[in-house]
Design a protein. Sequence first.
Length: 387
Amino acid sequence: MKNKIYLDNAATTICDSEVIDAMLPYLKTNFGNPSSQHGFGQVAKTAVERSREQIAEMLNAEPYEIIFTSGGTEAINHAIKGVAFYQKRFNKKLHIIASEIEHPAVLQTLKYLEDFGFEISFIKVDENGKINLNDLQNNIRPTTALICVMHANNEIGTIQPINEINNIAKRNNIILFSDTVQSIGKMPFNFSTFNADLCSISAHKINGPKGIGALLLKRGVEFDSLIHGGSQEKNHRGGTENVAAIVGFAKALSIWIKNQNQYSEYFKNLKLYLINKFKLIDGIIINGDENNSLNNILSVSIDSSKIKIDGEMFLINLDLHGLAVSSGSACSSGSAQSSHVIRAIGRNEKTNRATVRFSFGKDTTKEEVVSASEIFLEVLKKMELKN
């Protein structure tokens, strides 16, 4: 949109022109079904498997460890339900542990599982959004089947100590799932040494197409299939593969991996600029761990005890002034509910509702960030004067 500043890249990113170019042949000429035996199908199948191999190489995984899905949400559902139902059937384990600041896709999946007899324990986080390891250890039972802790939070960017969490899981023979949708491409990632058994990833967070993601699954992890109806994805996920999107996914990831260090440093400087700007204003709170969080995400709250504004109207006014940001997860942005993440780190309800997440993309300019800070402070001043 013309004259709009888009700083909501944690919700989604624009599809890169190189990605679109890579996808087009598989929407026009190479349109075959990968399961077909004729030449059209084999061209498509080759594209899928080549993309799988490329993604595996970039993430230091094995090709057979990658199951393509329709996105991060499906990968999350597949991981949690797949492990849970397998463990229930074969090991009679009906207990799952998760952090209280997981993505809504995780929380809603766990809520669904309660109807099947599963018990869920939620682990608290500190004021920076970091999981309490002692609390995790104390909640483990003989019947614990799965631990779910995201790598980096989608609202405040805080990075969790996955290695330490995995040590606890493995000592107790428990499977660990980590949602890595926000962290892939934003920080170094090596699946062979990353201490989680299953991970979810998504293309549209890294300038790839929407509707494509993957579940990373380490060898030996037993789980039930989620979608039945075909032998695709080695019988793990039935349905005709989205060939063009898979090719686009591989291309998008290659761009991010190639430029990861450069992007990260650039985001770090943009984030630091906003932090230094906002710290000058009494009443603006920086959320998350400043020293251990994703460089592309910055969450700030307006302290209701010092500045009284209507949080929902604040976001609307920012948009009317040409600044596109969010209050938190895109999956719940259409809802009037406040953020469970911001509540978990200790913000009261009014402060929670007056929370803004800035998230940068590889095409975000310094000029846009400078203008965004000016718009933010200008709208804040105007709304404060009216109260």
